[in-house]
Each structure stands twice: as structure tokens, then as C-alpha cells.
Ligand binder design. Structure first.
Ligand code: GTP
Ligand code: MG
Length: 391
């Protein structure tokens, strides 16, 4: 049916059809609709344009949402898949010796260079410590404004989701200029370091489903937590109740805009001139806030000490299961600190085990009571040997 339209409407229709930019297209379409004839014969055409407008608006919202997520660092791009018992990100200015350090404690062979930005993307390697593997990730050198630049933003989004940040400080160069750029860039990326352990720690992960640890610290039940997470359409997450926590504290912890990450300082190039004095300066300024470990790759000094310090900052514990009459398992179950027998049991056999659980016996070397019979709520310690008994 031919629709009688005004010449203004016709002109505007041409403008709308020629406009490519989505936001502008919406503006032009709204204007077009305001010029549309009101009579009955035009209803169908107006209806079609209204539908187009709704679709355009939905697309624009979606696009803006994705851009916001990218700015927040929530996109998949540049994310390193976590492997091993924990992940540690090395964050420092360029040339501070990050690759050399990783090469010294892993089988990796990262390029080492005197020139800046040898490492340009987040790069992982695996460090074996006794019976567990810890993933070390070198992030490209941090510089002023890196939280706004492409590679810097990508690096900081990895740092946001990591288990621990190792701040790398080069003892052959000025301390304060390194620390100030590192701390201010992390802060600008809304990453908070070593804040008092929060009651609830949230870790967003790529897979693994909904995992809840330390439920005895929560005022409600595990089912309640799972329902809440499902209602928020979260499909992969780790929730750790590290201290007595209320429902409100759980909700606050779910706010993704600020990340709380454990951190320590690794000082490198302890063999260079003036490194002693700079280490003392580092200690006096930052020793209160961070544990600081000096190293030298050139002299192969304190690399073991550094590795264990990193392990301690992961806040994890190792538990070895054992069948009565047999040797304990060689490979530990790794759990967050604060975990209880139930957490270990559900890692062994998922739900089934918890249901059939009768009792557990914990064997501790340095304990007065060598064999402790305990229930599902009993807190675990690093090195515990655990016998689980089922009905
Ligand atoms: N004297 C001394 N020099 C070191 C030590 N560790 C690393 N270096 C030197 O420091 C320079 C930079 O080392 P890298 O390991 O490439 O540093 P990086 O932090 O990975 O650097 P980018 O990836 O380029 O940001 C190289 O010339 C190394 O030889 C050390 O323990 N002592
Ligand atoms: Mg490097």
C-alpha cells in the first residue's frame, strides 16, 4: 500500500539509511519516526521502524557492555589458563630480571635481554616445588600509564585474577621510581595488595563450576550460597570463606570492580654495586607492608628461599589421603587455607563421599595426638595425612 509521506520524511529516510554508526543510526531513526505520518495507512510502516529501533538499541547496549567489560579487563583475550596448585604473577618494570628469575627456577627458556620489553605478552612457566607445581607468569614490564595501554591493560587483567603478585624490584636501580610506578599502576587498575585478609575471597575462573571452601565460616548453608551464585548467573567461581562471614559480606565480595590480591616483593640482582644499600632502603620503606626476599640469579643466591616464600603467599595447604595399612598418596590434594575435612572429602569423590562419610582420621607428625579422629567440619593443616572412612 503506498504510504503518503512528506518530503521531510523522505529526506530523513535517506539520511537514516546512509548512516553507518550505530549510535547515530538510532538518533536518525528516532527523528524519522517523529516525522512519520500519523494516519492509519502508515501504521504498519511505523511499526516496522519501531521494531528496528528496539533491535538497534539492544545491539548498542550489548556492544557498550562488551566494551565496558573489556575496559574492566574482563575479556578473555590475554587470559592465561591457570594450571598447577596456584598462580603467581611477576610484576615489575622492564629489565628488572623477571625472565632470568623464571628461567632459574623452572625448565623455561625465556629470552633475556639488556634491551627493554624483551617479554611482550604474559608468559607462563611451571615451577615444581617438592610435590606440587606452581605456575609463574611473567607480565610485560609495567610503565607509567600502562593500565591504559593495550598490552599493559592485558597484563593487569591477568594480575587481577591471579593468586599472588610478586613485585620484582631491581636492586641495581633506583628503588623509589620502580615502586611508585608499580604501585600506582596496580592501584589504577583497581588491584589492592595485601589488604587485611577479607572474610570472603572470590576468584573468577574459566572452568571448574561453583566451588565453595570453608563453609563453616559462613552464617548460612552451602545450598544458600549455590542458589545465590546461580541466580547471579555465575557458572564458574571459587568462593573462600576465610573468616566468619555474613551474607552481606558475600554480596560485597562479588563486586568485581576491585580485586584484592596477596603480594610480596622479590628483589633481584643482589650481586650488583650498591644493591645492599638499596635493599636496606626497600626494607625500611616497604618492609611493613610486604615480605621482601633478596635474590641474585647471577650468583644463584636465595632462589630456593624465594620459591618457598612464594608458596607461603599462596595461602594453600597440602593434604595427603591414605588408605589404612597402606602408604600415603604421593600427590597431595591442594586446598585453600582454612579448608575443612569436608573440602578434602568432596575433592576426592565429589558429593558421594560426603554423603557416605563416617569419620576421618588425621595423622600429624608434630602433633601431641598422633591420630585424631575428626568430623567433616575439622580444619586442616598443611601436610596433614587424612584417612577417610565411609559407611
Ligand atoms: N647482575 C645481574 N644481572 C641480572 C640478573 N638477573 C638478570 N640480569 C640482567 O638483567 C637484564 C634483564 O633481564 P631479563 O631477565 O630479560 O629482565 P626482564 O624483567 O624479563 O625484562 P623484560 O622482559 O625486557 O621486561 C639482562 O641483561 C640480564 O642479564 C642478576 O641476578 N644479576
Ligand atoms: Mg622478560
Amino acid at each position: 500500500m503506498p504510504t503518503n509521506v512528506s518530503p521531510e520524511f523522505d529526506r530523513q529516510r535517506q539520511v537514516y539509511e546512509d548512516t553507518e554508526d550505530m549510535a547515530q543510526r538510532i538518533v536518525e531513526l528516532e527523528k524519522l519516526l517523529s516525522l512519520a505520518p500519523r494516519h492509519k495507512g502508515a501504521e504498519r510502516m511505523v511499526g516496522d521502524y519501531r521494531k528496528k529501533l528496539a533491535v538497534l538499541k539492544a545491539k548498542l547496549e550489548k556492544k557498550e557492555e562488551q566494551e565496558r567489560a573489556r575496559r574492566r579487563g574482563g575479556s578473555e583475550e590475554g587470559v592465561i589458563r591457570k594450571e598447577g596448585a596456584g598462580q603467581i604473577c611477576l610484576v615489575g618494570v622492564t629489565n628488572s630480571g623477571k625472565s632470568s628469575l623464571i628461567n632459574a627456577v623452572t625448565n623455561a627458556d625465556f629470552a633475556v635481554g639488556e634491551y627493554p620489553f624483551t617479554t611482550t605478552i604474559p608468559t607462563p612457566a611451571m615451577m615444581t616445588l617438592e610435590d606440587i607445581n606452581i605456575q609463574l607468569v611473567e607480565l610485560p614490564g609495567i610503565f607509567e600509564g600502562s593500565h591504559e595501554a593495550g598490552i599493559g591493560r592485558q597484563a593487569l587483567s591477568v594480575a587481577r585474577n591471579t593468586d599472588c603478585i610478586a613485585i620484582i624490584v631491581d636492586l641495581s636501580k633506583d628503588i623509589e621510581s620502580q615502586m611508585s610506578v608499580i604501585l600506582s599502576e596496580l592501584d589504577a587498575a583497581r588491584i589492592r595488595l595485601n589488604r587485611e585478609k577479607t572474610a570472603v575471597r572470590i576468584e573468577r575462573v574459566g572452568l571448574g563450576g561453583l566451588q565453595v571452601f570453608g563453609i563453616q565460616n559462613f552464617e548460612g548453608s552451602k545450598e544458600e550460597v549455590l542458589e545465590y551464585l546461580k541466580a547471579r548467573k555465575v557458572s564458574n567461581i571459587i568462593v573462600r570463606f576465610q573468616k566468619p562471614a555474613t551474607f552481606q559480606q558475600l554480596a560485597d565480595a562479588m563486586d568485581a570492580s576491585v580485586a584484592y590480591v596477596r603480594a610480596m616483593i622479590v628483589a633481584t640482582k643482589g650481586d650488583t654495586n650498591g644493591s645492599m644499600e638499596r635493599f636496606e632502603e626497600l626494607e625500611s620503606r616497604y618492609g611493613g607492608r610486604f615480605d621482601i626476599v633478596p635474590t641474585s640469579v647471577a650468583r644463584n643466591e636465595n632462589l630456593d628461599g624465594m620459591s618457598w616464600a612464594l608458596y607461603n603467599h599462596l595461602d594453600i595447604l597440602r593434604v595427603y589421603t591414605k588408605i589404612p595399612g597402606k602408604k600415603k598418596e604421593d600427590r597431595p590434594i591442594v586446598l585453600p587455607e582454612g579448608s575443612i575435612v569436608e573440602d578434602a572429602a568432596s575433592k576426592v569423590h565429589k558429593e558421594l563421599f560426603v554423603e557416605r562419610f563416617r569419620a576421618a582420621v588425621i595423622l600429624r607428625k608434630d602433633d601431641k595426638i598422633k591420630r585424631r579422629q575428626v568430623g567433616l567440619n575439622y580444619p586442616l593443616q598443611d601436610g596433614d595425612v587424612l584417612q577417610l572412612m565411609t559407611r
